[in-house]
Write a protein of this length. Sequence first.
Length: 108
Amino acid sequence: MYFNTILFILVICGSFYRFISLEDYLVSYKGDCDPDIEICYEYCEDNECFYYSIIERTASEVISLCGKDVTECDEAYECRNDVEECSIHFCKPKENEENVCVTNINKL
């Protein structure tokens, strides 16, 4: 009984240290996407559509680039070549049945 309680407390403390202190987790957020040159996700609301890609990187990398306010940081929306754990995902029509993919590449 005591062993389970101690183990549970150690797991909670370890998780807190990893996620809060080390910021060792991936974050993903919407980035800019131009349907004239890329295949973008589409989100429409109130007859207005927005095009976006998905950016994924470690939280510690985002915070080191931008501080705590990521929304006003241009560096958060691009991946540098020297950063391995940063990727930009564009829409793949065959794999993403539930999302709408938009591109104007073939129309140019």
